[in-house]
Design a protein around this ligand. Sequence first.
Ligand code: UDP
Length: 332
Amino acid sequence: MAVLVTGGAGYIGSFVLRALAARGIDAVVLDDLSTGHRRAADGWPLEVHSCGDSERVAALMERAGIDAVIHLAALSIVGDSVREPERYWRHNVGGAEGLLTACRKAGVRRFVLSSTAAVYGEPSQLPIPESHPLSPTNPYGDTKVEIERRLAQAQASDGLAWAALRYFNAAGAMPDGSLGEDHPVETHLIPLALRAAATGGGGDGTELTVFGDDWPTPDGTCLRDYVHVLDLARAHVLALDWLDGHPGGSLVCNLGGGEGTSVRQVLDAVRRATGREVPHRMGPRRAGDPAVLVAAVDRAAAELGWRPERSDIARVVEDAWAWERRRGHAAP
Ligand code: UDP
């Protein structure tokens, strides 16, 4: 068995490669390296081009004897997607379309999609079940809804078996600090808070801005559901097992820790992990942020036998801190 991992040089993809290897599953990486890093996929065959080039992807699938795809390659910065919706649509939907065409040509019948909680938009029910209406509040979420739709179409037309894994807030790193998130532009709370703590913030621009403390939540800051990247990666391997047992079937599954953690609680965890204060100031709300996002995770447990094992916030932040220290973002 060999799996094509698109976006395998990215944050979550690089952990998926290692989870596959731990199960003895060979992988080939397809990544355009627009945001990923060659070194994150070191040790795996790497093809550097877009998923949208269906001829080339089909040839690669045939050459490498691919029998399943895990598709993570995508643009994923919500704010950018609002500014550049066409680029997001072209890259994300166009990429998935090329990949599906290639699957059809090469006879690949199993597909795992990296999807997102952004497909739900403002929740009308908490914790959010997979049956919640799909109503994204940004073009990034729109692209993922569209890709899930196209998977359902490919299931009807070609008998494709697929699983869409809707991640909540992916975070954390390899506990020894050897691998973690390394985005060209960092927008996520945990790495930004760790960097603010590491550098002492102040006048050098690394002070963290908390996006609102007047939300209808217990401490006034937003609640999010953080899920450790090692837990996420493991779920992809379980999804392949599920597809093996359900030819032509489909599964949509939330992946989250199942608990809400506030921005203030994250800052407390950063303080404890680093032994340093987190220089921060209160700012206005960020447009498009829901007050609370928490996953219902019972389907992942029932269908995949998956439970988060390392997703408590203390662990997540400690591991992310090991990574930030090792890559030199922390002062000695
Ligand atoms: N957040 C914040 N300051 C920052 C970045 C994020 O207060 O500089 C908040 C954000 O409003 C949200 C939470 O932290 O409530 C997690 O945001 P992140 O961007 O990490 O992930 P998202 O939930 O947007 O996917």
